[in-house]
Ligand binder design. Sequence first.
Ligand code: IPE
Ligand code: IPE
Ligand code: MG
Length: 254
Amino acid sequence: MTALTNQDRSPATERAAEPVRHVAIIMDGNGRWATSRGLPRTEGHRRGVEAVRDTIQAAIDLNIRTVTLFGFSSENWTRPADEIDMLFGLFRGYVRRDIEKLHEAGVRVKVIGRRAGLPDDIRDLIDEVETKTAANRVLQVVFAFNYGGRDEIARAAAALAVKAVAGEIAASDIDEGFIADHLDTAALPDPDLIIRTSGEMRLSNFLLWQCAYAEFVFLPVLWPDFGRADLETAIDLFRSRSRRYGGVKARESA
Ligand code: IPE
Ligand code: IPE
Ligand code: MG
């Protein structure tokens, strides 16, 4: 793998055209990638980490501001224990191995999802990488780990209830912005583009609140095969869409 620097040599003006602020990716298909080759599912997850590295480099080159990667869902606990152990081990190993390189490249790392229930050492590792990279501004990489959209919204509702009972807020204070500020993604912009690999066309509990006006791109490629060209394909599709947010385009309103 090459260094995490901006390797894009195209003119700055071209690269700067219509920047995609936030791309969120449902990294799916590791198991199918492996079984189609007669390999254990875990091998697909291992290769999936390489695709994560390539995607982060491509995101830097394409001047994307934030990339969110769905790594482990609140429903993935229903998988066999050895697969779960493997996924946690890969996450642990990836962060430990890449923390310095990410930091040097100016990548800010954040993790969203339920912290309670994660092994202590992984929680410590998350704290360490978030603190170390907090001031970095080249690219923000958000790992959704032990994440579920419904769980996130329920935790936000519980936090609001605690404040209401303590008399810190009134029911009339609770509006959309207030709820957004109590989600794990409080400091993040909503995703502009959601990509799912593997051909499945569902959200699987990903960013339910935040994707209200996201554009969706579903690609048939399995996650371990995902690379820069696929990211560019998705961004091209995104740029061909007309985002109206419930309104009408200026030229259509005359
Ligand atoms: C995505 O690949 C990785 C995780 C969900 C952790 P899968 O493991 O879901 O692979 P498929 O969908 O079974 O092929
Ligand atoms: C979604 O993929 C979760 C992640 C990519 C981490 P799944 O493979 O768990 O989703 P389903 O089961 O096909 O809906
Ligand atoms: Mg899957």
